[in-house]
Design a protein around this ligand. Sequence first.
Ligand code: ZN
Ligand code: ZN
Length: 232
Amino acid sequence: MRLLFPKNCVCCQRVLPFQKRRGGICDACSPKVFFTGSYTCNRCGKPLRVPFESLCKDCKKRSHAFIRGRALFVYSGPMKMAMYRFKYSNCRYMGDYFGKVAVEKYGKWLGEMAPDGIVPVPMYEGKRRLRGYNQAEVFGRALSKEIGVPLYGDFLIRKKNTLPQKGLNHRKRQENLKNAFKIKGIDVKLNCVLIVDDIYTTGTTIDEVTRILLDYGVQRVYFLTICIGSDY
Ligand SMILES: [Zn+2]
Ligand SMILES: [Zn+2]
């Protein structure tokens, strides 16, 4: 089985030694990969430049629609490569590994939150067809299996093929996402939703998705991403 399904480092793809058969990060990449630590923004979970502050620079400036969010890793070094590969080469084992890390790191938080659904940030349908999958959904599915909370991959759709948010200022980011998402309308009532995505930067996307869920009658919205930018 191991020869058929070798486990590779999520960052550099090197085959992992047998001891790391649960998947993960190789010894060469490990020192350059940073989990989000104890000093994170109360609101968005971004690692803080100044320890013991309660909010990051962004969250001090503007409020968010979601209650709170957390991330697994800092978006830097080999994790940037991992996120790129997770997006463009269909690597299910990566999603499984991130799902396991999520439970190890945030099992207690997720338990207290008790979401009744996991909703991935949707990808524009044309793009999804082209790539064959939405990486946020792959992560969501793995997490769903771990914590036994249903995944609603079709709850939302992305109506527009929006520009990449990277390089746009806050106002432009908001404009770019205006009317980008829509509830598909499935017959289920959700009170508490956990949004999942691959990377959190300024939160414009997650905020937009949150607003739509709140309009639809969801009471509480949280998020969990694989990576997050830092406050510095
Ligand atoms: Zn590696
Ligand atoms: Zn923050």
